[in-house]
Design a binder for this molecule. Structure first.
Ligand code: ADP
Length: 259
């Protein structure tokens, strides 16, 4: 609470009263705290891959470049880390567009079934490499939904990326779609490591990660689900998650069906 007191004086200069202004700055302080946390997170996330790139470049310059095998290995690490930086910055730009309401949505009638088939192609290799079984359960006559196709693609990409990332080899990943009244419900499911109950309410927060040590692969930044939630909400839908540790997760979201 900020209190400001101004005395009111009469003609003779005697204090005859006072104006007291009290301002509740709890919200302001909270926003300030969020902003500095955000900056700290961004800086950390940007610095980690950069530190690694710099380290490998230095080692190469110090002579490792003379060994072609070693050089190739280091260069592919540098390439992967640069990719991570690139994805992170793309995510940050998306998030900032969304959060400053600069998202220019082209809402149209989208065939989600077709869109899902396009997205699956991107993940075919990773699914095969990791030995994951993939399937879809989508009715043939699934109604179209109200969405911006580019951003809806991003929703499926982020959810599938997570499902694959957090599921051990031999596991299963699948997508279900089902019309329910005036919405269509989509479920991106996996038999992966799951999410502890206490973390469930927070997974859609930006930069929130359950436990960095759980995710063996690099590339995670804790922004994917924040972006997904913003997009689904912008389409007038909603998203939630059901999950059990060591059993799997289901990310369930709804979109309005086209008339
Ligand atoms: P990240 O880049 O870390 O994957 P996300 O915002 O996409 O960030 O997800 C936030 C956190 O939620 C992840 O760090 C992970 O701990 C958890 N999570 C997301 N999807 C899954 C999933 N399918 N299975 C288990 N945990 C998940």
């Amino acid at each position: 609470l900020k209190v400001h007191i101004t005395p009111i004086k009469d003609r003779a200069g005697r204090i005859s009263g006072s104006v007291i202004v009290m301002r509740d700055i709890t919200e302001l302080k909270h926003l300030e705290k969020l902003r500095s946390e955000f900056l700290a997170n961004v800086s950390h996330e940007l610095r980690t891959p950069l530190t690694s790139i710099k380290g490998f470049v230095e080692t190469l310059l110090e002579g490792a470049y003379k060994d072609p095998g070693l050089a190739k290995r280091f260069l592919s690490i540098i390439d992967a880390e640069a990719g991570r930086l690139y994805r992170l910055i793309n995510n940050l730009m998306d998030l900032s567009k969304i959060e400053t309401n600069q998202l220019k949505l082209r809402i149209e009638d989208v065939s989600a079934a077709e869109l899902i088939n396009e997205v699956i192609i991107i993940f075919e290799n990773r699914l095969k490499e990791k030995g994951l079984k993939f399937s879809t359960d989508i009715p043939k006559d699934l109604p179209k939904v109200k969405a911006d196709p580019d951003w809806l693609r991003q929703v499926f990409i982020n959810l599938l990326d997570n499902a694959i990332k957090y599921t051990q080899s031999g596991g299963r990943v699948w997508i279900e779609a089902e019309p329910k009244g005036d919405v269509v419900e989509f479920r991106v499911c996996d038999t992966g490591i799951g999410i502890p109950e206490e973390d469930l309410p927070r997974v859609f927060e930006r930069f929130y990660r359950v436990d960095k040590a759980r995710s063996p692969e690099m590339g995670g930044s804790g922004l994917g689900l924040a972006i997904v939630k913003h997009i689904v909400r912008a389409f007038g839908g909603d998203i939630r998650v059901e999950s059990r540790v060591n059993q799997g997760s289901k990310f369930i979201f709804t979109l309005k069906r086209s008339k």
